[in-house]
Design a protein around this ligand. Structure first.
Ligand SMILES: Cc1cc2nc3c(=O)[nH]c(=O)nc-3n(C[C@H](O)[C@H](O)[C@H](O)COP(=O)(O)O)c2cc1C
Length: 185
């Protein structure tokens, strides 16, 4: 068994839609307990509970919003030094392409790295010119099949790594899976 936390902030629902897709993808791997929580719902105890975390936020001024930084700042006393070695990845919705969503995912990765979380990207493509090397990104609500699939793939990959590295399910390795990881059309 493995525990997956999808922790997100969303003001107008776009990142929330991504979070739901990430959860759907994580559910493709057997034996995962999945919690999908907003910043308002989540407690530091949820961080301690999880084996893997997908962190999602809208792009605000080209970086992670202050609410996300505030949540992790408040969590420091209970979680810092207690979550090293968990597995992390991330996602962001911005107003438009070029609006900074790739920089935002990197700022989310940095927060997790500061807590000792092992962060990863994915080499996969989920459609024409669409990848998730640093996390899944969308402009607005994920609308196209390839954007939605990038979110699902992120969650699935997180669950796969948790299955392999935490739960000992070696057959769930992305190197052994049967689906096409590099669909470019
Ligand atoms: C305070 C604020 C700052 C924003 N800054 C950016 C930005 O720098 N670049 C961008 O592309 N969109 C920016 N946006 C737009 C949001 O990233 C975008 O609408 C996103 O889809 C919202 O996601 P949500 O529905 O999960 O809140 C900003 C929105 C707000 C409220």
């Amino acid at each position: 068994m493995g525990n997956i936390l999808i922790l997100y902030h969303s003001q107008t629902g776009n990142t929330r839609a991504m979070a739901d897709l990430v959860a759907e993808g994580a559910g493709k791997v057997p034996g995962m307990n999945i919690k999908c929580l907003s910043l308002k719902e989540a407690k530091p105890a949820d961080l301690l509970w999880c084996d893997g975390i997908a962190l999602g936020a809208p792009t605000h001024l080209g970086v992670a919003p202050w609410q996300m930084v505030q949540w992790w700042t408040k969590a420091t006393s209970k979680a810092w030094r207690h979550v090293d070695g968990k597995i992390g990845c991330d996602f962001s919705s911005s107003g438009g392409w070029g609006g900074g969503n790739e920089m935002t995912v990197q700022s989310l990765l940095k927060i997790m790295m500061n807590f000792g979380i092992l962060v990863f990207g994915a080499t996969d493509y989920t459609g024409k010119k669409t990848t998730l090397h640093y996390g899944a990104v969308a402009a607005g609500k994920p609308g196209t099949a390839r954007e939605k699939q990038a979110c699902r793939r992120l969650g699935r990959r997180l669950a796969e790594w948790v299955a392999v590295l935490v739960d000992g399910q070696k057959d769930q390795s992305p190197h052994k899976v049967k689906y096409n990881r590099f669909k470019r059309s």
